[in-house]
Design a protein around this ligand. Structure first.
Ligand code: DPN
Ligand code: ZN
Length: 431
């Protein structure tokens, strides 16, 4: 069903469902405030680097190497052990920069990253000086606070994202599987200071051990700030993609690129309706003037909050995880199912069964999504909420303790309204 045909029941619900959180929800840790002036100082350095190197910081150009040298120099001075990982793309050498804070359990790694390269047509300050600078300032804060997390924190600045996610893909593809398995979550920050900013959260493929779902961890600090967010799907458009393909839970923040802000978005966030979130996306005007300092500040604080929350979580021994990544089309006004065969789990399912659902659809207000236990018991995970939002990418906790674990579980999706279609991209069960 489309936006204009909102059933009365939905309207009545919407009238009361205005979340106005004022304190951090349980499980969300207070993190230090990240001074935005320090983040801006790093952006000024990137701008100077571009000015001195032909106007850009692109892969294969001297401005990229200078950007790496700046970030690595600051990290080394703060006590990080940093690693440069070289790769070749388009006949030129590029580098990923990896920095690990040497405390916390090395078998449970929380990874945060963003791309450090820009396009050749401009200095790349919002895309992605913004994420790079915020990550650098947060890494420096981890050090200056002498933070001792439960989990290991690893930062990554990726090369050659703008040439097709080359650096991050190289990193993940070259990680031995035992090392991949140690990464509990990867969070990505690409374009977080867009001048006509939106506040977007994305998340996919499950939940890190011992922690709240990534989506919740990323949304919570904005709720505390009283800033509404939208859950979006950025698909494979940034460096989280390779991690997601490796089965690692991923999430990220994003303030928008070339797409125009709608009037509804301008109403809740301010800014200009009908204008791109970033009019200077991939162009020469992506300079330090192309930054919304309020958005940069909020996102830097939110990233710090997410990293503190994720790294403080005590790792829990994860039970087995099962998934079905086969695409199942959801024709209009139909019911489809995707099975998962669970074997080798003794006894019943837990009361905290984590069900991850990834559905691409043009109107999630049409969808009724249920998990069916092997004996046919029905657990609803989504019932036509979300109005005109598209794509359902979420992790829900299901109390399935009265169900025998072994057997065939099914995700059942019913499209209960006319017009829109989609597909089940993947779903998973973490015991
Ligand atoms: N990384 C940019 C791109 O590949 O076009 C912009 C972008 C960032 C898109 C984050 C989606 C999410
Ligand atoms: Zn870009």
């Amino acid at each position: 069903m489309r936006k204009f045909l909102v059933p009365l029941a939905t309207l009545a619900l919407a009238a009361v469902a205005v979340p106005q959180a004022s304190a951090a929800p349980p499980g969300v840790l207070a993190a230090p405030d990240i001074p935005v002036a320090n983040v801006q100082a790093h952006l000024n350095q990137f701008q100077t680097i571009a000015n001195n190197n032909g106007g850009n910081r692109a892969h294969g150009r001297t401005g990229y190497r200078a950007s790496i040298d700046y970030v690595q120099g600051r990290l080394n001075a703060a006590g990080y052990t940093t690693t440069l990982q070289a790769f070749t793309s388009g006949g030129a050498t590029g580098w990923n920069l990896i920095a690990e804070w040497p405390r916390g359990d090395a078998n449970n790694v929380i990874m945060a990253g963003g791309h450090l390269d820009g396009v050749t047509s401009g200095p790349g300050i919002n895309d992605n000086g913004s994420g790079s600078a915020a990550l650098l300032e947060i890494a420096l804060t981890v050090a200056s606070q002498n933070y001792t997390p439960a989990k290991r924190i690893r930062f990554g600045w990726w090369g050659a994202e703008e040439r097709g996610l080359v650096g991050s893909t190289f990193y993940v593809n070259n990680l031995p599987s035992a090392e991949r398995a140690k990464i509990d979550a990867y969070v990505n920050f690409d374009m977080i200071g867009s001048p006509n900013a939106g506040y977007f959260v994305y998340s996919a493929s499950g939940q890190p051990s011992g922690s709240l779902a990534l989506q919740r961890v990323l949304e919570a600090p904005f709720a505390t700030m009283g800033v509404p967010t939208e859950l979006t799907s950025v698909g494979g458009r940034s460096d989280h993609a390779a991690f997601a393909r490796a089965g690692i839970p991923v999430g990220g923040l994003f303030t928008g690129a070339e797409v125009a802000k709608t009037s509804a978005q301008a109403q809740k966030w301010g800014g200009t309706a009908g204008q791109a979130f970033d009019r200077c996306y991939h162009s020469s005007c992506d300079t330090t003037s192309n930054i919304n300092v309020t958005a940069l500040n909020r996102n830097a604080d939110a990233i710090a909050s997410a990293i503190w929350t994720l790294s403080a979580a005590a790792p829990t021994p994860a039970g087995p995880r099962f998934e079905n990544t086969a695409d199942v089309a959801i024709p209009d006004q139909s019911t489809v199912e995707s099975p998962i065969a669970v074997t080798g789990v003794s006894g019943n399912a837990p009361d905290t069964l984590q069900v991850g659902v990834d559905i691409t659809h043009t109107y999630i207000g049409d969808l009724v999504v249920d998990v069916l236990a092997p004996d046919g018991s029905v657990y609803n995970v989504h019932n036509r909420t979300g109005g005109s939002a598209d794509n359902l990418s979420t992790t829900v906790t299901v109390n399935a303790s009265s169900e025998v674990a072994n057997g065939t579980w099914r995700l059942r999706v019913r499209d209960a309204g006319p017009q829109d279609t989609g597909s089940i991209t993947a779903w998973s069960m973490q015991f």
